[in-house]
Write a protein that binds this ligand. Sequence first.
Ligand code: HEC
Length: 175
Amino acid sequence: MKNLNSLLAGIFLAVAFPFGTLVISSQIQLGPLGPAPAEEGGPLFPSREPGLAIQGRAVYVSLGCVSCHTQQVRPAGQGSDIARGYGVRASVARDYVLQKPVLLGERRIGPDLANYGARTKDLAVVHTAIKHDGQFTFLYTGAKQEVPSGRAVALAAYLQSLRQDYSSPEAKLKK
Ligand code: HEC
């Protein structure tokens, strides 16, 4: 009987301990995160995506863009993301609190897109990038594939909404 009790206690601990550390402690650390100002009284970041960008996010998911593009900028000491111009600072957890689903990406075959909207202002450049030299021209019509479909328009709005170029409490940009 004594052995049974310690066996049961062992099983309980084996389940409770990882649950406590993995689920509860991450919830305590990250659960309450929301948009916040970098300094008191400043604007709240991250901001909400425009409605068209939310539709574009669904197109991004449906076309599998995550299989080649990440959305996560590593800190300067852990890779060359910032030197390559993928971002102006490292990504932090707060950057993703309004995103559903969070699209960190599966593999990085093309450039990281976490800050794409901040580095690419020209809409024509965005549409050229989406086409990928032919792979995604089915999203366009017209003799020269110059007319974007509804899906391409939404996708471009989503790409232009991607930005991590603001200061946040964990990642302040140098002035
Ligand atoms: C098979 C891998 C692959 C897939 C799938 C893919 N891309 Fe790309 N993407 C690339 C590569 C590689 C480049 C770089 C091309 C170059 O520089 O000429 C790129 C470039 C881009 C760029 C330009 C980035 C920059 O910094 O200039 C954007 C934007 C982009 N892709 C968006 C998308 C979107 C949206 C989708 C889904 C519809 C997608 N990609 C799917 C591989 C991929």
